[in-house]
Design a protein around this ligand. Structure first.
Ligand code: E4P
Length: 214
């Protein structure tokens, strides 16, 4: 499974990338706003740091404007993937942009049929949001499972990119189900590296080493 970092903060992205396990980056307007930096500057820094797909979201909500915005974002760097919201106008824009060879990540997917439509429209990535479904007492990972099962019946190119991951269990379940990508905040990536017995074991090894005659 590929691992993307879900952040627009270049320091967080550098920190995650230094672990050597990061394949790409997803951003969204809220994450960009948190950085307090101009969008295109942030994107340039991210593309210089990570050699992999970097999702950049359009803000327009009508297909013609989404297409224009998408073309402009894609022209910024070869690794930019244009993020398009899963609305009817977004499907139209996805069809046009993908037929021009521009990678599209269809975002804000909350039910499997939306994912199937986005795959049919030519999306390179489908982003089901699991945490936000859990937040309203729906089972986000169950929805991902259904989407993966539906896609396995056919032959679409789209990769399932599990988004809105809030904890290590979301990540593990995504891997168990065979999702193509999981995008995680730095906090979750850090949690994935840890186990108390690892820390305890290391502390013991280091303490015992002190007893070795030097
Ligand atoms: C994914 O592309 C989104 O940026 C992200 O995963 C949303 O996560 P949230 O629901 O925790 O905001």
């Amino acid at each position: 499974m590929k691992i993307f970092i879900d952040s627009a903060d270049i320091e967080e992205i550098r920190e995650a990338n230094s672990l050597g396990v990061i394949d790409g980056v997803t951003t969204n307007p809220s994450l960009v706003a948190k950085t307090g930096r101009p969008f295109e500057q942030a994107l340039a820094d991210i593309c210089a740091e990570v050699d992999g797909p970097v999702s950049a979201e359009v803000l327009s909500t009508e297909a013609p404007a989404m297409i224009e915005e998408g073309r402009r974002l894609a022209a910024l760097h070869d690794n930019i993937v244009v993020k398009i919201p899963m609305i009817s106008e977004g499907l139209k824009a996805t069809r046009v942009l993908s037929s021009e060879g521009i990678g599209v990540n269809v975002t804000l997917i909350f039910q499997p049929a939306q994912g199937l439509l986005a795959a049919k429209a030519g999306a390179a990535y489908l982003s089901p949001f699991v945490g936000r479904l859990d937040d309203i007492s729906e089972d986000g990972m169950a929805m991902v499972g259904t989407l993966l099962q539906i896609l396995s019946n056919y032959d679409y190119d789209a990769e399932v990119l599990v988004a809105s991951i809030r904890n290590p269990l979301h990540f593990l379940e995504a891997a168990r189900m065979g999702a193509d990508v999981a995008t995680c905040p730095l906090s979750v990536i850090n949690q994935l590296t840890k186990h108390p017995l690892t820390d305890h074991g290391l502390a013991k090894f280091l303490a015992d080493w002190e007893k070795v005659p030097k």
